[in-house]
Design a protein around this ligand. Structure first.
Ligand code: THU
Length: 159
C-alpha cells in the first residue's frame, strides 16, 4: 500500500488525483434509500477513458449492486476490458450535506471494496498491475495493488 504523498511519479499521482476527484464528485448520484450509504467509483481504462459507477439499491435488497461493479459492468458493456485503476469513495448521506464535503470534497473515512467487487476486479485486472485507490479527498488517498486486497486469488487462468 502507498499513501498518495509517497507516489514519486508525478504523472501517476496526477492520474490518481483526477480519478479520486471524479469518484468524489459522483457520490450524490448514488441511489441508496435503504442503507443511506453512498458509494461512488471511477474506473480508469487502459486507453485513458474513465467510467463512473454508483451503488444502486433496490426494495428487494439483494437486487442492489455496488458502485465498483456498476462502473466495471458499464465499461465492459461498452467494449472495454483492460483497466488500470479504480478509485472508490463512500459516506453516509448526511455527510454530503456537510460543509467539509461541499467545499473540499472531504470524507470522514475510506470505503474499501466488498469481496464480490474485488473478485470482479480480478476478472479484468492483473493482481500486480491493477490499482485500487481508496480516497477520502482529492489529494488524500491510499493506493493498493489488487493482490494486496485479494491475496492468492482465483482468476480466469485457473480454469
Ligand atoms: N457498497 C458498494 O457500493 N461498494 C462496496 O464495495 C461496499 C458496499 C454499497 C452497497 C450498499 O448499497 C451500500 O454500500 C451499503 O452496504
Amino acid at each position: 500500500m502507498q499513501m498518495r504523498n509517497d507516489i514519486s511519479d508525478s504523472r501517476e499521482r496526477e492520474a490518481y488525483d483526477a480519478l479520486a476527484l471524479r469518484a468524489l464528485k459522483g457520490l450524490p448520484a448514488a441511489y441508496a434509500p435503504y442503507s443511506g450509504f453512498h458509494v461512488s467509483a471511477a474506473l480508469l481504462c487502459a486507453d485513458g477513458t474513465v467510467y463512473d459507477g454508483v451503488n444502486v439499491e433496490n426494495s428487494a435488497y439483494s437486487a442492489g449492486i455496488c458502485a465498483e461493479r456498476t462502473a466495471i459492468f458499464k465499461a465492459v458493456s461498452e467494449g472495454k476490458k483492460e483497466f488500470s485503476a479504480i478509485a472508490v469513495t463512500g459516506c453516509h448521506k448526511e455527510w454530503l450535506e456537510k460543509d467539509a464535503y461541499s467545499s473540499r470534497l472531504e470524507l470522514p473515512d475510506y470505503c474499501p471494496p466488498c469481496g464480490v467487487c474485488r473478485q470482479v476486479m480480478r476478472e479484468f485486472g492483473a493482481p500486480e498491475e491493477f490499482r485500487i485507490i481508496l480516497a477520502k479527498g482529492p489529494a488524500e488517498y491510499k493506493v493498493y495493488k489488487l493482490s494486496e486486497l485479494l491475496f492468492d486469488s482465483f482468476g480466469p487462468e485457473n480454469l
